[in-house]
Design a protein around this ligand. Structure first.
Ligand code: SF4
Ligand code: SF4
Length: 334
């Protein structure tokens, strides 16, 4: 990989991240217009409901996964939630935790915020190593709770009851209202997380995101890994200094860590040729810089496409269902 093409890894990632961000914002606006149609009493929706909005329902997706595993069927109410969940999991199994650094809108915003912090203070800060380790365990504990209470703890009947309930049917609308009608507590928590992210790189992702924890564990199986040729490495440590996940890249020959998001920042920063690369173990030659991004985008699109083609994308709910449920939404419990 030549130096210019290595540097372009960052540009490619920025383009992919912001294209995805605009796509997600577009989905949010479309869904908002759809819900507005219902709330304004319109007989027909102004615009059709975008199934992609179900990507914001990861806990429901986990419940849906359990339903799929025990019954062999994908529940029809919000099938896209499970399809998107599986697409992201597949990406992690094959191409590191790439969803976090290439597609996730929260990751994109977190990155923007820590770069702002670097501009303001000339650097980002590091949390004391012991405390950092403790804080990093929080996201795994949260993941453990979800696995315990949903994947292991819920019976097949309880899962079925949850997915058939009106509460799950309007969970997408509840999520929309979470963003459009933020409570004071939510605003304070978000402001606190943003401030912390100014000082500490990827605060939410590094310490608190249980979704990222799951993807990180899955990513340890990924054939793609950052690999360093120690025989030609000069030990300059520029890779380590640049890594947003604070990994000691300069001292590893392969990065197995669940914290590695496959962002390629270390590769772009390495001043030497063919020392550091994201590649599978079986591929010893240098790979063009576009291969990993293309793999990431392809895996996501292919998995979503498979969901669509197999008929597991559009919700079984009709506009009439939303007209019936949204007015009584506040009284619904799961
Ligand atoms: S090791 Fe490289 S690819 Fe992995 S998170 Fe750090 S900078 Fe990104
Ligand atoms: S930036 Fe490249 S040369 Fe420097 S320590 Fe890292 S891998 Fe070695």
């Amino acid at each position: 990989m030549g130096d210019i093409s290595k540097k372009s890894a960052g540009t490619i990632r920025t383009v992919v991240q912001w294209c995805f961000m605009f796509w997600v914002v577009g989905i949010g606006i479309r869904f908002g217009l759809f819900v507005n149609s219902v709330e304004n009493g319109s007989a027909v929706p102004l615009i059709s409901r975008p199934p992609g909005v179900e990507g914001f329902l990861p806990i429901g997706a986990l419940t849906s996964l359990k339903h799929w595993l025990v019954s062999g069927e994908i529940h029809p109410v919000h099938p896209a939630a499970l399809v998107i969940f599986l697409a992201i999991l597949l990406m992690s199994l094959l191409a590191k935790k790439s969803f976090c650094s290439w597609l996730c809108p929260v990751g994109t915003l977190s990155e923007g915020v820590y770069k702002l912090g670097r501009r303001l203070f000339g650097r980002n800060f590091r949390i004391w190593r012991g405390l950092d380790l403790f804080l990093r365990s929080i996201k795994y504990l949260l993941l453990l709770l979800f696995v315990k209470f949903i994947l292991l703890g819920m019976s097949a009947e309880a899962v079925e009851k949850f997915l058939d309930a009106p509460y799950w049917a309007v969970s997408d609308v509840k999520m929309l209202h979470f963003f459009t009608h933020m409570s004071g507590t939510t605003l304070v928590v978000l402001a606190l997380l943003t401030i912390l992210s100014v000082f500490y790189k990827m605060f939410w992702c590094r310490y608190l995101c249980p979704y990222g924890a799951l993807l990180g564990l899955a990513s340890m199986l990924s054939p793609f890994k950052i690999r360093r040729d120690a025989s030609v490495c000069t030990g300059c440590r520029r890779c380590t200094a640049a890594c947003p996940s604070a990994l000691e890249v300069h001292s590893c020959t392969e990065i197995y860590s669940p914290e590695c998001t496959g962002c390629l920042t270390c590769v772009a920063e390495c001043p030497e040729r063919n020392v550091l690369a994201m590649r599978p173990a079986f591929w010893t030659q240098p790979l063009p810089v576009w291969v990993f991004p293309a793999t990431v985008v392809f895996l996501f699109m292919a998995a979503i496409g498979a969901g669509m083609i197999s008929g597991h994308w559009h919700s079984s709910l009709s506009y009439t269902d939303y007209q019936r449920l949204i007015p009584i939404m506040q009284n619904l419990s799961h």
